[in-house]
Design a protein. Structure first.
Length: 285
């Protein structure tokens, strides 16, 4: 399932939990690991802005070179050496690389070169990183959080095809031995349906969405699923329900939400969920 895992680590943010999770998944799925340490060019570019106007171009370049040198040393001493110790002791195959660039762009380029089954990464709410890759890559993205339970929350809604999430959730639940909970959210802020191709319908009456959602839930229950239907905001209900059951992982699909409160346009739904939900999240793209 996750035979090839890409682990991008930014010079702006390093979560030790990511390496621990990587080892856990690699042992379960016999995965190959690729670690890339990304020296953020945004940080390097900021040296020009904060530089004193009397400094020469040579001095500015020296400062940048020193930052790069220190970042590479950090990658070697703290991250790669630590990863190497744990991976080799558990006989997990891996490779590592240091790259200069912008986080999302580097990841996008790397995934175009090689087939990966999963991107495993940390998520920091307040840093310079632009997590565009949450919407720009076609493979699953796992954001490592703080959940330590032994359950999975799979989120379904009127805003997604609801095909991959049930399938992957069931496979993970069986493989990891975690209890599977499912939540179907009828999003009252964006009352449309999304088909199998990810195409949004015209606006529909809320009662029709609830009826269709309940029919889906009833069918899943017949097959033994532990599933509940709620009405509200997709982001808020996902976070609220997760806090109630304390899962190790929340799985979210290709939700095509375009409107929020008062019908205003909304952007970066995945990022909003990541910012409000403290648990690990697997986005199935």
């Amino acid at each position: 399932m996750f035979k090839s895992i890409l682990v991008p680590i930014s010079s702006e943010f390093y979560s030790k939990n990511v390496i621990e999770r990587c080892i856990f998944l690699a042992e379960k799925f016999k995965s190959n690991i690729k670690l890339i340490y990304i020296i953020e060019t945004k940080t390097l570019d900021q040296t020009d802005k904060i530089s004193d106007e009397y400094r020469t171009q040579y001095e500015i370049e020296e400062t940048k070179d020193e930052i790069i040198r220190r970042q590479k040393q950090t990658a070697d001493d703290i991250i790669f050496d630590e990863a190497k110790y744990y991976f080799e002791s558990k006989k997990i195959p891996f490779e590592s690389q240091i790259i200069e660039g912008e986080f999302s762009k580097v990841v996008k380029i790397e995934t175009s070169k090689k087939d990966y089954d999963l991107i495993l990464m940390g998520f920091e709410k307040e840093c310079i990183l632009n997590y565009r890759l949450l919407d720009n890559v076609e493979i699953p993205v796992w954001l490592e959080g703080e959940g330590k339970g032994k359950s999975i929350l799979a989120v379904l809604s009127n805003l997604a095809p609801n095909q991959k999430v049930p399938e992957i959730s069931l496979k993970l639940s069986k493989k990891l031995g975690w209890t599977l909970h499912m939540l179907y959210v009828v999003d009252v802020e964006d009352s449309v349906e999304v088909d199998e191709q990810g195409i949004r319908s015209d606006k529909k009456p809320l009662r029709d969405l609830i009826f269709k959602g309940q029919s889906y839930v009833d069918e899943m229950k017949k097959n033994g699923a532990n599933i509940e239907l709620v009405k509200g905001s997709l982001e808020k209900e996902t976070t609220r329900f997760a806090e109630n059951i304390n899962p190790n992982l929340v799985i979210v699909g290709r939700e095509q939400k375009k409107k929020g409160i008062l019908g205003l346009p909304t952007k970066n739904v995945k990022r909003k969920i990541a910012e409000t939900c403290q648990y690990s999240i697997l986005f199935i793209n």
